[in-house]
Design a protein around this ligand. Structure first.
Ligand code: AHG
Ligand code: MN
Ligand code: MN
Length: 346
């Protein structure tokens, strides 16, 4: 008999397992509520005048989409009143988000990308929301940036919502990755993908190949290896949606590697550590995968500022390890290189 486990029931079980302080369940539930409301807006985007750009730019100088701002506002209005947060940061906002004086400060911090893939919104391509939760490290009172600038390895929870052919809520508290599908007929997220695991290797890669000429030799060599017809198991196929959450979700379930490396124009790449790389790195490692800059484990990086970008290579563990090998080899003077390591066996 297939159990019906809702998101909230799962949160409660995780809360008990963690012996969580504060009301962990209430915070995660609030994110689930925001996901349902954003789903409603995304599903009607062509009818409710929220397509197109707002007359504003974010701190990255990126033009904001109306749905970026709406999703940001909906998340703030659901999670901040819970009183379980001491500090909140959004990809779309410059500094810490204000928590009204009459709202208690709790033991957690939240960082989120309210709408990922927003360049795709107007064309009905899957987009997402990404979130990351830490326990505060300052003793009490209003949280500070220090409470948010923690290594990804210390996250207590991370997850994303993908607004695709269905809406899915995928999260981990450090004991595996669980996926829930929104059943619109009852308004509940129901467990549909228990204990998600990603395979060690796959034959799918995701990257914006328009950037190829700016890549380092190691990245170029690795992507050429993925495309090689003589690669063990045959050449890989390419899938690139342009929404990180959509590409990540497909690769997590089907197997694959996503690369947004640094390049000669943007040495740190495009993606943000706190709002994109660290939460997805937490999830992919929980699912048996790997996430690095190409040189350093994402979860080991000590953040220095709220909006720092990092090169990101994440997905199947052996594929990411092979990418790191190619980068190391390319950075080793030719005279010092040994024989080229055979591609990891397929
Ligand atoms: P966001 O919409 O939150 O700014 O994120 C967009 C990111 C990510 O979703 C995607 O993988 C990447 O931008 C695509 O960048 P390119 O268009 O440069 O390939
Ligand atoms: Mn994003
Ligand atoms: Mn975004």
């Amino acid at each position: 008999m297939m159990h019906i486990t809702t998101l909230e029931q799962h949160f409660l079980a995780e809360h008990r397992r963690l012996g969580a302080r504060g009301n962990f369940t209430s915070l995660l539930t609030a994110i689930g509520v925001a996901a349902k409301v954003i789903t409603r807006e995304v599903r009607r985007a062509g009818l409710n005048a929220i397509l197109g750009t707002a007359d504003s730019q974010n701190t990255h100088g990126e033009t904001q989409q109306k749905l970026d701002l709406l999703a940001n506002d909906l998340l703030c209005r659901t999670v901040i009143p819970t009183g379980h947060l001491c500090a909140v940061a959004s990809e779309e906002m410059e500094g810490l988000l204000p928590i009204p004086d009459d709202v208690p400060r709790g033991p957690y911090t939240l960082a989120f990308d309210p709408l990922d893939g927003s360049s795709n919104i107007d064309y009905n391509v899957s987009v997402g929301t990404i979130f990351s939760i830490h326990r505060r490290i300052t003793p009490e009172g209003p949280g500070t940036e220090a409470d948010l600038l923690q290594r990804g390895a210390t996250q207590v929870a991370a997850g994303y919502v993908v607004y695709g052919s269905s809406t899915m809520f995928v999260y981990s508290t450090g004991a595996g990755v669980f996926g829930f599908t929104l059943d619109p007929t009852i308004g509940e997220f129901v467990l549909s993908h228990p204990n998600i695991r990603t395979p060690p290797r796959a034959r799918m890669y995701s990257t914006n190949e328009a950037n190829r000429d700016r890549w380092s030799p190691g990245i170029r060599d690795f992507v050429d290896e993925l495309r090689s017809p003589i690669r063990n198991g045959g050449a890989c196929t390419s899938r690139y949606v342009g929404s990180l959450v959509a590409d990540f979700h497909r690769n997590l379930l089907a197997g694959g590697i996503f690369l947004y490396p640094g390049d000669s124009k943007n040495p740190n790449g495009k993606l943000r550590l706190l709002y994109e790389a660290a939460p997805l790195a937490f999830l992919v490692e929980q699912a048996g995968g790997r996430a690095s800059t190409g040189c350093e484990r994402i979860l080991d990086i000590q953040p220095t500022h709220l909006h720092q970008r990092v090169p990101l290579i994440l997905g199947c563990a052996d594929d990411v390890a092979e990418a790191e090998q190619f980068i190391r080899r390319a950075e080793t003077p030719a005279a010092a290189r040994g024989p080229r390591a055979p591609s990891l066996s397929r």
